[in-house]
Design a binder for this molecule. Sequence first.
Ligand code: MN
Length: 285
Amino acid sequence: MRLCRFDDDRLGVIQNDTVRDVTEVTASIGRPTSRCAHGDPLIAGLPNLRRRIEELAGQAVPCPLSEVALLSPVARPGKLVAAPVNYQAHLDEAISEPETFSAAHVRRIQETGLFLKATSSLVGPSEGVPLRFPDRRSDHEVELAVVIGHTASAVSPERALDVVAGYCIGLDMTVRGPEERSLRKSIDGYSVLGPWLVTADELGDPSGLSFGLMVDGETRQSANTRDLVLSVPELIAFASCWYTLHPGDVIFTGTPEGVGPVLPGNRITAWMERIGSMDVEIRSA
Ligand code: MN
């Protein structure tokens, strides 16, 4: 199943190039309970809501995808976890450009660990990315984003995929410079999630997905998740041995080589096999 949020916080199911409005199901979620106090209530409830969502989708009038504004598929993640350099070729690129990338950028992920992005930086594709510091370089980073579906602490790599709700395309936008990653990558709009969530059962194995990114139609990044240094299960295991993962938490798995600057007026197109593609406008703040 492909789930999106759109327009005025409506919930939809994507079928071909249409959206079917299933917002009615959210009325049964109510206020967050103590059970999911740390999680996104919709993602936490998804296993129980799934059948009703499919029923509603079957009855809904399809609306062309081109007529809706896509929001982040996850509304209220508790945390945005992100992997620093997690593709060898991107590490090589960072080492070769010391004037652009900070010293911390050229260490291996096993040494650096993970970082967090502010949840306030999260937007959907329709909202665009405002460049808050136009005099500094802001880069695109396209990544596979993993949405956690079940509370998990110290999960083993062998069981890690069992806690995944689904997958999205993520843009981990970045201001280059010497500050901490958590600051440079937490600017409003600098975490883009979209175009929708593909549930784990529909996507299957996340380890061999081709993906890429274009700026104004020119390919900048092109890679495959098989080249991740720490795989999706290893990243989930790593993260969950430091802190509990909750439903709706998002893991940005790291970007491959080819990162580069964007300017106001640019249009990013990010795509991923078995997920889809999304257009994101870069604009002035
Ligand atoms: Mn990144």
